[in-house]
Ligand binder design. Structure first.
Ligand SMILES: *[C@@H]1O[C@H](CO)[C@@H](O)[C@H](O)[C@H]1NC(C)=O
Ligand SMILES: *[C@@H]1O[C@H](CO)[C@@H](O)[C@H](O)[C@H]1NC(C)=O
Ligand SMILES: *[C@@H]1O[C@H](CO)[C@@H](O)[C@H](O)[C@H]1NC(C)=O
Ligand SMILES: *[C@@H]1O[C@H](CO)[C@@H](O)[C@H](O)[C@H]1NC(C)=O
Ligand SMILES: *[C@@H]1O[C@H](CO)[C@@H](O)[C@H](O)[C@H]1NC(C)=O
Ligand SMILES: [Zn+2]
Length: 329
């Protein structure tokens, strides 16, 4: 989740990966003891299931500066494990049950491939095509090193990214810079834009909250997660720029290896509380919205068929929420 140059400098840049047995997420514990899932119970990502506890004190977060166009330049970099957008000063996150103010430092993405979904968290076992992480460190800490020593030193906003046929103009700044960072180590500066454009703007009060970890080494268990319930959508072409256009290798490498499926496996929640915000809809009260709708449909269908003796097709009446061009391929 945090792919900061700091770690690369401190640990050498090729000691973790996603695609080879000796360095994949199940082996991270060899080099980074704190990634060993047996040593602690606060790992991320998790599956967000329908047994979440509703917590009415969780209302919307204050996303200060997210609606402004800041001055200067931001840097988009291929760090070999993800594409990271380092944002300048001027944004901070608080409220929504967070114990303090957190300043925004960067965002990055996790994705699958042309044939697999790659979000890190799953929503009732549904894995979305991508997930974006906006990383914030508690403002009482001068640097990341000290934030990693604080059990609530980091707050990450997780946003599911789904794929549809519509082009998302709000992702254009990132989309147009991606070809310039195809290879590891490449950087492209981009003009700042209002970060709120990348969020599910109509549904910011609907989220899940739990205490977990970084999802990349050193897997520090210091993260307060806010995972938004409603995804944002990008087009198939925009999605393809990630899954078919970003390499984990340098331009000079003899073999170019596509970066894909850069997500960590799901971890158990053990005794952790996983909360749903006041306005979250899908997974609360043991009720899953789509299952409820499907149940109603099945009841109607049985009644209908009893009356008329002929089958009622479900086509067009019940379309799964996440039906996209991708399924249709
Ligand atoms: C940005 O949001 C703040 C509240 O967080 C609001 O006071 C301000 O008017 C907004 N600015 C713009 C340009 O929308
Ligand atoms: C609701 O969330 C707040 C903030 O995280 C927490 O302090 C509180 O204990 C939670 N309430 C319940 C009933 O668990
Ligand atoms: C992958 O994502 C698509 C689009 O959101 C969804 O319809 C599909 O169910 C997902 N597949 C899995 C295995 O979760
Ligand atoms: C980070 O901040 C801590 C606490 O103030 C300080 O002791 C340390 O030297 C700083 N580390 C770096 C790398 O700047
Ligand atoms: C998103 O928010 C809008 C407006 O509040 C609401 O009508 C809609 O149902 C929400 N979407 C989901 C999937 O909950
Ligand atoms: Zn991440």
């Amino acid at each position: 989740m945090l792919m900061l140059s700091m770690f690369l400098l401190a640990h050498g840049d090729d000691d973790f990966c996603y695609d080879e047995e000796h360095c994949d997420p199940y082996a991270w514990g060899d080099n980074y003891p704190s990634c060993h899932p047996l040593l602690d119970s606060h790992h991320s990502p998790i599956n967000l299931d329908h047994q979440l506890m509703k917590n009415d004190s969780l209302d919307s977060l204050n996303l200060e500066g997210f609606n402004l166009t800041h001055k200067g330049q931001w840097g988009l970099t291929n760090q070999g494990h993800s594409v990271v957008l380092e944002v300048g000063n001027g944004m901070q996150v608080s409220g929504g049950g967070l114990p303090g103010t957190y300043r925004t430092i960067q965002l990055h993405f996790h994705w699958g491939s042309v044939s697999s979904n790659g979000s890190e968290h799953t929503l009732d076992h549904l894995r979305f095509p991508m997930e974006m992480h906006i990383v914030n460190i508690k403002s009482t800490h001068p640097n990341l090193t000290s934030a990693l020593e604080d059990p609530t030193g980091i707050a990450v906003l997780g946003i599911f990214v789904d794929v549809t046929y519509l082009h998302n103009e709000n992702f254009q700044s990132i989309s147009s810079a991606l070809p310039s960072v195809a290879y590891k180590g490449q950087t492209k500066s981009i003009r700042p834009f209002p970060l709120v454009n990348l969020l599910p703007q109509n549904n910011l009060t609907q989220y899940y909250r739990y205490h977990g970890s970084l999802t990349t080494p050193p897997c520090s268990q210091v993260v307060l997660w806010t995972v938004y319930e409603v995804p944002v959508y990008i087009s198939w072409a925009q999605f393809e720029q990630f899954v078919s256009g970003i390499y984990s290798t340098e331009e000079e490498a003899a073999n170019h290896v596509l970066l894909h499926d850069n997500y960590r496996h799901i971890h158990p929640t053990y005794g952790r509380s996983v909360y749903a915000s006041k306005d979250a809809k899908l997974l609360t009260n043991g009720q899953n919205g789509s299952i409820k709708v499907l149940g109603l449909f099945m009841t109607l269908k049985i009644l209908w068929e009893k009356q008329l003796g002929k089958p009622l097709s479900s086509k067009g009446l019940f379309t799964p929420r996440t039906m996209t061009k991708k399924n249709a391929r």
